[in-house]
Structures are given as C-alpha cells and as structure tokens.
Design a protein around this ligand. Sequence first.
Ligand SMILES: [Zn+2]
Length: 117
Amino acid sequence: MKKWKCNSRGHITEQELKPDVCLKCKEEHGDLWLSNFTEVLPPPAPEYPPQHEIDLVIAEINSLSHKEMATLFRFAAAGHPYFDNRLPYRKVFDERFSAFGGMTAAISKEIGLTPPE
Ligand SMILES: [Zn+2]
C-alpha cells in the first residue's frame, strides 16, 4: 500500500494508485478538493556497516570466551548488534557459542541471574 500526501494541506491517503482528489480536503473545505499528490516514501533502511567494520566486530566475537558469550546472551540489551538479525553477527555468534556448547547448565550457573556491573 502506497502513501500519498496531498500538496494542498498535507493529508495522507493510503492507496495503491495516485489519488485524483483529496477526500479530506473535500470533507473539510467542500470546494477545494482538487489536489496534487506526492508519494510518501518509507524511510531508507539503516546503513549497512562497511566491510572493515563488520570484520572488526566478527574478530571481536571470535575472541570472546564461553563465559563472555553466555553473559552477553543472557544480559545483552535489546537491539544489541550481535543479536540483530539484519546484521551478519548473529550467525557468527551462534556458531561460536554453539561450539562451546551454548548455555550449558554449568555456565548458566556460573554467570548467575544478576547482570554484571
Ligand atoms: Zn488534502
């Protein structure tokens, strides 16, 4: 569904095809209901990090200990880049964490339930 903004008063209409008239202008102002429309485009996707930055973060993940990984896995704030599915880190993290055995009972007990300072 596309969004269109009427150039007369900025009303937004959602429909697939460019509208001919703005029904909201018509409703509010009766006579003035012809309008031109501009398509409202969705905001651009966040910029993907450059490759050298991706490499740095991946190297960082690959240097984490099992305990550090378990701590991040349990306590990382929502939206942490390691766990953002749009970024390539999640897969790297999961593979390394799995290689350590993941959240084992022993490591889970070791890191506890209280976030580190
Ligand atoms: Zn309008």
